[in-house]
Structure formats: C-alpha cells, structure tokens
Write a protein of this length. Structure first.
Length: 123
C-alpha cells in the first residue's frame, strides 16, 4: 500500500483533542491523526439509519417510558398499601382503639417518610 501525504490545518481545539487522544493511547500525534481521519471517513461512509428503524426506536422508547410510568405507579401504590398494613397492625397490637382518621394521618406520615428516604438514597 502506498501512502499519500496531505497537509492539514486544524483548529486549535481539534489539535488539542488529537494531542490528548495520542497521549492517552500512547501513540504519536501523526498516527492518531491518521486514525481520526480513517474513523471519520468510515463514519461518513456508513449509511445513516433509515427512517423506519428510527421510527421503530422512537416507538419502542415511548413504549418503555409508558411501561416504566405504570411500574412507578404500581410501586407507589404498593408502598402506600404496605404503610397502611403496618399502621393498622401497629394500632391493633397496641390496642389503642384509634379512629380511622388518626390511623390515616399515621399512614400518610409513614408513606411520606419512606418516599423521603428513597429520595435521599438517590442523591
């Protein structure tokens, strides 16, 4: 294979990026520049996704998003039911004879505590 020589002028930020890539890969700047050009030509030569594939991907992502929202609602409801069961069982075991309104306040507090704990774990 016979190599052809070209002179290339690069913007400073591209030059810096090529230099950093070369250092990271332990290669020379010229070898990395050739690699970048080959990768760029290959990317430009590859046909873009056709419209059907793109549409199918968007449709599937929307479907996954909808299902995820359903799962979140179900988990939220399950947490509320678990808090309800806990508070009623606790009230019954204490034999305090609390009214449903008092237990409902405890349920909502327990639910809010669990949601707050879950949010803390995400941060």
């Amino acid at each position: 294979m016979r190599l052809v020589k070209h002179t290339v002028r690069l913007p400073p930020e591209v030059d810096k990026a090529v230099l950093e890539l070369a250092k990271a890969k332990g290669d020379t700047v010229y070898a990395m520049l050739a690699t970048c050009i080959e990768a760029g030509v290959a990317a430009l030569d590859a046909p873009p996704l056709n419209e059907t594939v793109s549409h199918e991907l968007v449709t599937e992502m929307a479907s996954v998003s909808t299902r995820l929202a359903e799962v979140e609602r179900m988990l939220d409801r399950t947490l509320y039911i678990a808090c309800t069961a806990y508070c009623y069982a606790r009230s019954a075991s204490q034999g305090a004879g609390k009214t449903d309104e008092v237990v409902l306040v405890e349920i909502n507090r327990a639910y809010d505590r669990q949601i707050a704990i879950a949010r803390e774990d995400r941060s």
